[in-house]
Design a protein around this ligand. Sequence first.
Ligand code: ADP
Ligand code: ASP
Ligand code: MG
Length: 318
Amino acid sequence: MKIVQKYGGSSLANAERVRRVANRIKTDAENNQMLVVVSAQGKTTDALTTLYRELSNTFPSRESDALLIAGEQASAALLAAALREIGCDAISLNGMQIPVQVYGESGDGRIGRIDIARIRKEWNQGRIVVITGFQGINEAGDFITLGRGGSDTSAIALAAAVKADRCMIFTDVDGVYSADPRKIPSAVRFNSIHEDTMLNLALHGAKVLHPRAAALAKQYGVPTEILTSFSVYEGTVISSDAPRQTGVTMCNKADQLSMITIVFKDHPSGDLLAVIWDTLCNSCFSLRFGADILQALIPNEIAEDLLQQIHGVLYSKK
Ligand code: ADP
Ligand code: ASP
Ligand code: MG
């Protein structure tokens, strides 16, 4: 089997976690061709951004991208080294070495084309290939990053390019939930989720998968799963056969405002809409309903409380 695995920053935050990830990869790589995509460790991208802003106001720019790609470069080299330590033949490669061709502006690149010849060559020699996420090169040969959270997009695009049998996105939660489980402890984990629901949740702020990654997974039919690297629990499978789900997201819209978005699995009943209206009507600035999505713009200070209430309405015990 061809397997792509992506590890986010928290999964690689320190040496112990890198070692744990390496051990997991070693097990999964048995009899499989393995391509691993990595993010920068922990808060490295934030730290590099701060460093840059101390010296320049031109952000994003060619030079900020040249700096930020270093986070993923470090992760890839460290993980490949950790794999070698436990007896796996692994090699780290960056967006220029593959290359991953990207178009668009600094800090907002879109993947155009991926040359898979080098990956094939390394696989033929029995190697595990560790690739930097979040980056590629443009026509001029300069590094361009893909926007915050862009390693997800790298992983799905690489999975599509090599026609992977599985694309496993490892993060710090064990799947996709009905709401951000860090904000709503009673959120429900989905065993599987329709690709359209995933795309809608991602587009409206469910950080667990980057919206461009969700769109690419749908476009190319990439068999994608979201899992945690901190345990062996099953995650959430994303596919066109999976059921549509109801979920709610929240994201900041301006200094003072947040947007709550409800993605309904099917057209909501009049009764349900009435209860949601009762919950929101005294506190929201605007309410928009269309195509099984309802959006409310509300002040930041009551956003978490309303999110909780709305989730309670959607998932009340019957
Ligand atoms: P990574 O660094 O692995 O890419 P992210 O922080 O980008 O991880 O995404 C994972 C986070 O997404 C979780 O910690 C969780 O707080 C958040 N999240 C938001 N909405 C959801 C949701 N509906 N289901 C699961 N996680 C969600
Ligand atoms: N390191 C980048 C970020 O922090 C890309 C990613 O993690 O997906 O946004
Ligand atoms: Mg992310």
